[in-house]
Design a protein around this ligand. Structure first.
Ligand code: FES
Length: 169
């Protein structure tokens, strides 16, 4: 007679539980990865993107700098082009302003209105901003233009993700 304390019923139960657990893990792991992948890749959104603007060429006059990069949105990767208005302020700091109007998101232009020289002008609803990106009271925008964090690499300008404008006090 066998001294094995495991009955046939227990053996079947353990085996089926083990196989079932293995199969469940096989199905759940891809689903788990599918669910958390965007969270893991969100960290990359803080990356700096390279532009073709030479630091040495930046003057006190705002110029539009367009730059293209790969943007990953969940599981979809696309080429994206963004812009910044870039200049050096009186303190010699590089200012890179987002062109996105803080009213309803149109693109602002430096010297975009003859009536308002040396200002950023939004053509959609006549929004106005001063050179540092501060919204002019009495025009539709409710806050200053966002600013890109800047960095230099090999003499070229790199831009981060736009954030609250640090140049407007
Ligand atoms: S979207 Fe710029 S003023 Fe309305």
């Amino acid at each position: 007679m066998s001294k094995n304390p495991v009955t046939r019923r227990q053996f079947l139960s353990y085996t089926l539980t083990g196989v079932g657990g293995f199969m469940a893990a096989g199905m759940l792991m891809p689903m788990l990865r599918f669910a958390i992948d965007p969270v893991l890749s969100a960290k990359a959104s803080g990356d700096f993107k390279m532009t073709d603007k030479k630091i040495a060429d930046i003057t006190s006059e705002p110029v539009r700098v367009d730059f293209t990069y790969e943007q990953k949105d969940a599981w979809y990767t696309a080429e994206t082009t963004s812009s910044a208005w870039v200049y050096k302020n009186d303190n010699g700091e590089i200012v890179a302003l987002s062109p996105i109007c803080k009213h309803l998101g149109c693109n602002v232009n430096w010297n975009g209105s003859e009536k308002h020289p040396d200002m950023f002008f939004c053509p959609c609803h006549a929004g106005l901003y001063t050179k540092d990106g501060k919204n002019v009271p009495g025009t539709p925008p409710r806050g200053p233009l966002d600013a890109y964090p800047t960095r230099e690499q090999d003499g070229f300008l790199m831009l981060g993700t736009p954030e609250q404008n640090p140049f407007v006090k």
